[in-house]
Design a protein around this ligand. Structure first.
Ligand SMILES: [Zn+2]
Ligand SMILES: [Zn+2]
Length: 290
C-alpha cells in the first residue's frame, strides 16, 4: 500500500470476520480463507468501529467490541440471508440499554425494521426485535453522505438483485469501499464502460482499500449473468478504472476450496499490468492496516 498506517499514527484497521458469499462453508477445505459469510469491521485509531454486514461472521465481531461500548453501528448492504443471518447472534443486541443502530437499504413497500422483523420473528427466529433488551434504531438509508462519529459515510445503490447499497467509509484521510455483492458489468457487451456512471464508481473512486465481489469463475459467470456477482478478473478491471490502491477479492463462492480461491484470484492478478494496485483474496480474521 502506498500509505503506511503507522507513519503518522493514524489510519484505519479493517478486520475480516466473514469473507464467504451465499452460504457459510466451514470445513477442512476452507480453513485459510474462512467459512463465515460477510462481515467486516472498520476501526479508526480513536477506537471508533463501524461494522459492515451481519453474515455469520458478525457473531465474532460482536464479541470483539469493547465491553463498555456506548453505541454500535451496523451497516447492511442488503437483506440477502448471507448478509443478515448472523444478526440474531450479535451480542450487542442483548446488552440492556445499549444503542444499536442498524443502517440498511430502502424499500418502497416496507421499512427496514419491518423487513428485518421477517427474519427476527417466529418461526424463523424465537426473539423479535421489540423483545430485545438493547435500544435498536433502524435507519432506511437513502443514497447520499452522512456522518457517524468521525466517519464520513457515503452510500449508493449498486448493481445487484433487490435494493443493495455499497458503502464508502472515510476517516483519518483513508478511504475503504465495500462492494461485497456487485455486478458492474451487467448490461455491458464488451468489458466495463469507462464512465463515472458505472455502478459503484462514485463509491470506489480513489479508494485506499476496495473490498469487492469476486465470486464466480469465468464459466460460472456466463451461466449466471444477472445474478449480481463478479469474477476476479472483472474486479481487477473495476479496481483499475476507479484507481483503487488495493483490491481484496471478497465473497468467495461456498463451493470454492482454499486452493481454488488462490488459483482464480492469482490468475486475475496476473491480468493486471499497470500502476499501484495490490490484490489478494480476503482471508477470515485477517486485519489490514489502511
Ligand atoms: Zn452475498
Ligand atoms: Zn446478495
Amino acid at each position: 500500500m502506498s500509505r503506511g498506517w503507522n507513519t503518522d499514527g493514524r489510519g484505519l484497521s479493517v478486520t475480516l470476520f466473514g469473507t464467504r458469499g451465499s452460504l457459510p462453508a466451514p470445513g477442512p477445505d476452507t480453513t485459510r480463507y474462512g467459512g463465515n459469510t460477510s462481515c467486516v469491521m472498520v476501526k479508526n485509531s480513536a477506537g471508533q468501529a463501524l461494522i459492515l454486514d451481519a453474515g455469520s461472521g458478525v457473531r465474532i465481531a460482536g464479541m470483539r467490541l469493547p465491553k463498555d461500548v456506548k453505541r454500535v453501528d451496523l451497516l447492511l448492504t442488503h437483506l440477502h440471508m448471507d448478509h443478515i443471518q448472523g444478526l440474531g447472534f450479535f451480542a450487542p443486541l442483548y446488552t440492556p440499554g445499549l444503542d444499536v443502530h442498524l443502517w440498511g437499504p430502502p424499500s418502497t413497500t416496507r421499512t427496514l425494521r419491518s423487513r428485518l422483523n421477517r427474519y427476527l420473528s417466529p418461526p424463523l427466529f424465537p426473539v423479535r426485535i421489540r423483545e430485545l433488551p438493547s435500544r435498536v434504531h433502524c435507519h432506511d438509508v437513502t443514497q447520499g453522505e452522512w456522518e457517524i462519529g468521525d466517519f464520513k459515510v457515503r452510500s449508493a445503490l449498486v448493481a445487484h438483485p433487490d435494493p443493495t447499497l455499497g458503502y464508502r467509509l472515510e476517516s483519518e484521510g483513508r478511504i475503504v469501499t465495500y462492494l461485497p455483492d456487485h455486478e458492474p458489468q451487467l448490461g455491458c457487451r464488451t468489458g466495463l464502460p469507462t464512465t463515472e456512471w458505472l455502478s459503484g464508481h462514485h463509491l470506489a473512486e480513489g479508494a485506499d482499500l476496495l473490498i469487492h465481489d469476486a465470486q464466480y469463475t469465468e464459466d460460472e459467470y456466463l451461466a449466471r449473468v444477472g445474478w449480481g456477482h463478479c469474477t476476479p478478473t472483472l474486479a481487477v478491471r473495476f479496481a483499475e478504472l476507479v484507481r483503487a490502491r488495493r483490491l481484496l477479492f471478497f465473497h468467495h463462492d461456498p463451493s470454492r476450496s482454499d486452493g481454488e480461491v488462490e488459483r482464480i484470484c492469482g490468475e486475475a492478478t496476473r491480468t493486471h499490468k499497470q500502476g499501484m494496485l495490490v490484490t489478494g483474496p480476503a482471508a477470515e480474521m485477517d486485519e489490514i492496516k489502511v
